[in-house]
Design a protein around this ligand. Structure first.
Ligand code: HAS
Length: 553
């Protein structure tokens, strides 16, 4: 049996901490969304940025605020609330540690954002060398990561305390999932911390005059791929463990849900080379091995799809549905807590298909570095993940602030999700088509080579700008709802739904919480996938090494 109902309500002191994370997250959404609107307008070729604002500066604001700040702060707030609800109130020490983490992250974000606004860090969200930013930008990012470790430490400590107090029992599913995601994050961020602290920061401070680009990109992508699963897993927390309760059904299998999370921990990290398939200097055999491992990390998503279909079908049949898709009509479409994340799930089918195309070496040669890839991540993170985060906010924010999701806000939330779906269909769809026509990503209109070629892309660029403008309306709607739920909605009790497993399911095997085993296998896979190629990259910086060593001075 799951021990899911530790606290029916998140303790008000924990709620304050979770809300602090959400305030930063939604401020990032407002500013990053505005930057996104400007960007699509500029790419249409019809608009020029005023006051000397540069396209790459706006692109950096957009990517850093939405890709890094909105996601990380939302995830921290959500995980704090989920752990407090299911494993019990945080101790004063753990909560204080959480606040220290929050402030480190917030100060770091402010430092990095200031440098971007001052045009001292137009290096995009991937901050690849040889693009160089002001040292304060990197110090700010380092504080964000260190802060997230501190905040994550408090979550892990709370989980460990639960296990000490409940020997021989499976931990609450949501707490377990939040802890897997935190461990994944800590292991992944070691790569980006290494490149920033050992390579990029000394170079940006002028202490060294060159940087090995291939090493820095490899360390970045060691982090970059698990980063996307760090975004995805909180959405899966909602899909596996919260949605079943909202629809009135049951979790199909607690063990399957935990196993899929463990598989993400094992396979999301040793796959970074699939972002570097076209880069020279990495032995093709190791690229091949990492592509195979990439296909392994698709399996837990297929398991998730299976489990979700099983939950929906079982629920539908219990309500009298018949036929293959009869369950579809039984789902609670009028409830934004369900329908908004559900749109995210549906979007994840084409989004995941795009990911499989990217991971397939030969097809990646066609789409790599085109705006197709941007279309891919606007479907994955900016639709599946973000719509699920919005869906969670619509009940979690009132739960934390002691208010209720009113009928009017519920209706507006559904309208918001529809606006988002229409806007993103235009935007991500046109990005995919442009990418197939060879349109590059990360380029301003004026930087395109070949006016004739650019002319072929123009209808899609206009569609992209239309989509971007509709999405901006979507962002305004989210902000209206969030502000209402945080400050103006009527006072009351909003439920924090936590699913229960179907009756008669097998007991969850405790081996799924054997951390020595899973951390050991994780370390083994990372060492296997990276040790030899990494030594190779350092020892044999290929042809003449000049292509890989930047002589900055
Ligand atoms: Fe990706 C590039 C491969 C998933 C994000 N990806 C990116 C970048 C980002 C990103 C940000 O192999 C760009 C990075 C940059 O700036 O350069 N990606 C994959 C693969 C997957 C995948 C194999 N990506 C994601 C997710 C992301 C994300 C998730 C964010 C959250 N991606 C790549 C590759 C590249 C890449 C290459 C580099 C390309 C290049 O050339 O640079 C897989 O994890 C996808 C598996 C997903 C599925 C779908 C399962 C479906 C489910 C929904 C069920 C629905 C239900 C509802 C039940 C197999 C679970 C049904 C209802 C009905 C009515 C039907």
């Amino acid at each position: 049996m799951l021990n899911t109902n530790k606290n029916e309500k998140v303790d008000s002191r924990d709620a304050k901490l979770a809300m602090a994370f959400f305030y930063v997250a939604f401020t990032a959404l407002a500013l990053g969304g505005l930057a996104g609107l400007l960007q699509t307008l500029v790419r249409s070729g019809k608009v020029e940025l005023p006051w000397g604002i540069d396209y790459y500066q706006v692109l950096t604001v957009h990517g850093v605020l939405l890709g890094l700040v909105l996601t990380t702060f939302f995830i921290m707030g959500f995980q704090y609330a989920a752990i407090s609800r299911t494993a019990g109130t945080f101790t004063n020490g753990a909560r204080k540690t959480g606040w220290i983490g929050f402030w480190l992250m917030t100060v770091g974000t402010a430092m990095a954002a200031t440098m971007v606004l001052l045009k001292e860090a137009s290096v995009l969200y991937t901050f690849y060398a040889p693009l160089q930013a002001h040292p304060i930008f990197y110090i700010g990012l380092t504080l964000v990561i260190v802060g997230s470790w501190v905040a994550g430490g408090a979550m892990i400590a709370t989980y460990a305390r639960w296990r000490r107090n409940n020997p021989g029992q499976s931990s609450p599913l949501l707490t377990f999932m939040a802890v897997v995601n935190t461990v994944l994050w800590i292991v992944a961020t070691l790569g980006v911390a290494a490149t920033v602290l050992i390579q990029i920061l000394p170079w940006s401070l002028g202490l060294v005059d060159r940087i090995d680009i291939l090493v820095s990109r490899t360390l970045f992508w060691y982090f970059g791929h698990p980063l996307v699963y760090f975004w995805l897993l909180p959405a899966y927390m909602c899909w596996y463990a919260i949605i079943p309760k909202i629809i009135g059904g049951k979790i199909f299998s607690d063990s399957l849900a935990r196993l899929s999370f463990i598989l993400f921990l094992l396979f999301s990290i040793p796959v970074g080379f699939h972002h570097q398939l076209v880069e020279p200097g990495i032995d093709p055999a190791w690229k091949y091995i990492q592509v195979v491992l990439t296909f392994m990390v698709i399996i837990p998503s297929l398991m998730t799809a299976f489990s979700l279909f099983a939950t929906f079908e079982t629920y539908g049949r219990s309500k009298g549905a018949t036929g293959l898709f009869g369950w579809f009509r039984k789902l609670p479409w009028g409830d934004a807590r369900f329908s908004v994340p559900f749109i995210g799930m549906v979007a994840f089918i084409p989004a995941g298909t795009g990911g499989i195309i990217n991971a397939s070496n030969q097809m990646d040669q066609v789409v790599h570095n085109t705006i197709w890839v941007t279309g891919h991540f606007h479907l994955t993170v900016a639709t599946s993940v973000v719509l699920t985060f919005f869906g969670v906010s619509y009940w979690l924010i009132p739960h934390l602030t002691g208010r209720v999701l009113t009928k009017a806000m519920n209706k507006l939330a559904i309208v918001q999700a529809m606006v988002w779906t229409i806007g993103m269909s235009f935007m991500s769809g046109s990005m995919h088509f442009q990418g197939l026509l060879g349109a590059p990503r990360r380029s301003s209109f004026s930087d395109y080579g070949g006016a004739q070629q650019a002319a072929d892309w123009i209808p899609y660029q206009i569609a992209q700008a239309v989509g971007g403008s509709i999405l901006f309306i979507g962002i305004i709607l989210v902000l209206i709802i969030v502000i209402n739920l945080a400050f103006f909605a009527p006072k009351g009790e909003q439920d924090f739904p936590v699913g229960e497993v179907a009756e008669g399911t097998e007991k969850t095997p405790l081996v799924l919480e054997n951390w020595k085993l899973w951390l050991g296998v994780t370390a083994f896979l990372i060492l296997f996938a990276y040790t030899i190629p990494f030594i190779d990259i350092i020892q044999n910086a290929p042809p003449g090494s000049k292509g890989f060593q930047l002589w900055a001075k």
